[in-house]
Write a protein that binds this ligand. Structure first.
Ligand SMILES: [Zn+2]
Length: 597
């Protein structure tokens, strides 16, 4: 058997945030080159991990120093003259996200792409890691242990297996016959019994969809912190970052479950069934695909749906959340300029690098992808009289591409066509390759219709019918900005009165019509006025005081909710039940909200 690449990771001074790494390569040629990835799969941004690498030295296993030279931002060349190479270096890890590394007095968390120099020539070999943990800390990783080492079959598996090292007591459960481990870093710890019980139900629901689990064990790593949220999928584990007090209310708990369901769904959709453009991973540069709408949007569609199928969300609540997602899409002017397929292709420079112009120029492939997948599911159900659905497309892709050979760029559309038994080109042309508004009429298949209304407050995310049923429904004034912090303009929406009048992102608002106002007050007070009213916004721009007159427009009806049709047929009721697993009659009006005060 060929010799493995071996790493030893230690954390002698956790407070320094420095991981110490020793990497031993069975090198043979005259020179040997080791490189570090610039990105990690699942997070499509060049992060230049090598910027945290320091003090790289090389030696033979006998301790003879070897010359080492940095040849570009991520590569090191060693003059080894045929001898094995031992590289020693330190890596600074003080960024607590799911795609970076973090070491402090409480734990060490590391992603392989940030820590492990590798050789392109040896990439296919076994990579073995020994962790020298500080006293009282244990190591948690999805890799198989072998003695004191953890074994990855190749470098890809190593990169795909984040390590958590700390004084944790894991939770465990078995679902669909497979052992699962849950490790939580941070406080306060969520209710253990409920956490295990809910994750168990989600895993079972996902296993039912794909008729089993493609793994031997699974690890949930949960990080509770003061800011940030997000997850990163791996083949046999996931890392989830969540607000520490997010579990204390029903909505927060629901959000956590959808996040966990999302990353778990990636076990199939993107970790095993993946775009051909990512096969094999090129860790040195961007890998372009227009399929992220299916891999991220599809996964976002299923994360809510699977929590519903697991019995952890009611059907009306599911419809409220879907309505909120559609509202978010309809409130993003960038949908008029960037087609969905292009949003995917440009992930590297757009999605992960949002700026003040993003809402006007781009659309998220998560967001629009989720809505398009919902519409596609309903199209398939309608085309096959509810005999088939998007579930069948997912299973077909799994059967066809589950061996990681890669889905060609037209592979998802072809699979959907096969399941539908008819040409879906017009649907995909409109949904993926044009900026035409989506056609929501297919909701009629399940007895629903998308209705538009004006948002009733700044916290109104749509999804529910209007709360206010009283007589005062006069049109409201509209400025067309979003604010951040106390009073700074974050975005000036495309085509808005604010853009027309010359308000800019980063303007600091101080007054409206001569009276002091903050960001939130600016919006609410202009909404109390009427379309066509003149107002004067006083602001600081680069420290200079300015007054800008604005003629208000009319607040648009861009909040969407899914309402029931007036006289549903038996076929519509049956299709609703087939889709959401709930009887039409047992459910209330979708997303009914509490009566107004
Ligand atoms: Zn995802």
């Amino acid at each position: 058997m060929t010799e493995a690449v071996r790493y030893r990771v230690s954390m002698p001074q956790p407070h320094s945030h420095l991981f110490q790494v020793e990497a031993r390569f069975p090198a043979e040629g005259d020179t040997f080159t080791a490189v570090l990835p610039v990105w990690t799969p699942g997070s499509y941004l060049v992060r230049e991990y090598a910027r945290h690498l320091q003090e790289v030295s090389a030696a033979t296993p006998d301790g003879e120093a070897l010359p080492v030279q940095r040849v570009d931002k991520r590569s090191f060349r060693v003059q080894n003259r045929g001898r094995p190479v031992v590289l020693r270096y330190r890596v600074y890890g003080n960024e607590l996200t799911v795609r970076t590394s973090h070491l402090d007095g409480t734990h060490g968390y590391f992603n392989g792409a940030t820590l492990f120099l590798y050789s392109e020539d040896l990439r296919g070999r076994q990579h073995r890691v020994r962790v020298e943990a500080p006293s009282g800390w244990k190591t948690f990783v999805a890799l198989e242990p072998d003695g004191e080492e953890y074994v990855a079959h190749d470098y890809d598996e190593l990169v795909d297996s984040p390590f958590e090292v700390g004084p944790h007591t894991p939770l465990t459960f078995t679902a669909a016959g497979i052992p699962h481990q849950v490790v939580v870093w941070g406080e306060p710890h969520p209710d253990r019994d409920r956490l295990v019980s809910d994750l168990h139900k989600i895993v079972e629901a996902e296993a039912r969809l794909f008729e089993g689990l493609p793994l031997r064990r699974y690890l949930f790593l949960i990080y509770l912190t003061d800011k940030g949220r997000g997850g990163l999928e791996h083949k046999a584990s996931t890392a989830l970052l969540f607000p520490r007090f997010g579990f204390t209310n029903a909505k927060g708990w629901e959000d956590f479950l959808t996040l966990a369901a999302h990353e778990y769904f990636h076990l199939w959709n993107v970790k095993r069934v993946k775009p051909k453009a990512l096969v094999p991973f090129d860790y040195g540069q961007e890998c372009y695909t227009s399929l992220l709408w299916a891999f991220e949007g599809g996964t976002s569609y299923y994360d809510n749906l699977l929590v519903r199928r697991a019995g952890l969300m009611t059907a009306p609540r599911y419809l409220t959340r879907l309505g909120e997602t559609i509202t978010s899409l309809q409130g993003t002017p960038g949908r008029r300029y960037q087609p969905l397929a292009e949003a995917s292709f440009n992930a590297w420079i757009k999605h992960y690098r949002p700026d003040e112009n993003s809402p006007n120029s781009a659309i998220s492939y998560y967001l629009k992808g989720e809505v398009v997948c919902a519409l596609l599911d309903l199209e398939l159900r309608r085309a096959t009289a509810d005999r088939r659905s998007l579930d069948d497309v997912m299973r077909l892709l799994w059967t066809r591409y589950g061996n990681e050979c890669g889905v060609p760029e037209d592979g998802v559309e072809a699979a959907a066509r096969e399941v539908a038994g008819r040409d879906l080109t017009p649907f995909f042309d409109r949904a993926l390759r044009s900026t035409e508004e989506l056609d929501y009429s297919v909701f009629a298949h399940v007895g629903l219709e998308a209705r538009f209304r004006v948002r009733e407050s700044q916290n109104d995310k749509g999804g529910t019918p209007p709360r206010w049923k009283g007589p005062d429904l006069r049109p409201r004034g509209w400025l067309g900005v979003a604010t951040k912090g106390a009073s700074t303009i974050a975005h000036v929406l495309d085509g808005s009165p604010a853009m027309q009048a010359g308000l800019y992102p980063d303007d600091e608002v101080v007054a409206l019509d001569g009276f002091k106002v903050d960001g939130s007050g600016l919006i609410s007070r202009t909404e109390e006025k009427r379309p066509g009213d003149q107002v004067t916004v006083t602001l600081f721009r680069r420290d200079k005081l300015l007054s800008v007159p604005v003629t208000l427009g009319q607040k648009p009806a861009d909040a969407v909710y899914l309402a029931r049709v007036d006289r549903p047929t038996d076929a519509q009721k049956a299709a609703y039940q087939a889709w959401l697993g709930a009887s039409w009659d047992e459910a209330a009006e979708p997303g009914r909200s509490p009566p107004p005060p």
